[in-house]
Design a protein around this ligand. Structure first.
Ligand SMILES: [Zn+2]
Length: 77
């Protein structure tokens, strides 16, 4: 894994991020996911094994830590 951003060639920092994904019609949020984040443009890079772990967690259907409500907007209205 290179430590430079593919987009702007800025330096990547190791950070804990919040990973979001739609699954079975629901937006699923996974907190504290380690990633490389560009300190310049904010682009986020996940390592393949981290993505696999997060996917397995989402697909497992196990009880989430908590459930949140999220406001939804459309820029189309
Ligand atoms: Zn960048």
């Amino acid at each position: 894994m290179s430590t430079f951003c593919d987009v702007c060639h800025g330096l990547l920092e190791r950070k804990l991020t919040t990973y979001t994904q739609w699954y079975a019609g629901q937006l699923v949020v996974v907190e504290n996911v380690p990633a490389w984040v560009c300190e310049q443009c904010g682009e986020t890079y996940y390592e393949p094994d981290v993505v696999e772990r997060v996917q397995n967690l989402i697909w497992s259907g196990s009880e989430p830590e908590r459930v949140i409500e999220a406001p939804v907007y459309s820029s189309n209205s």
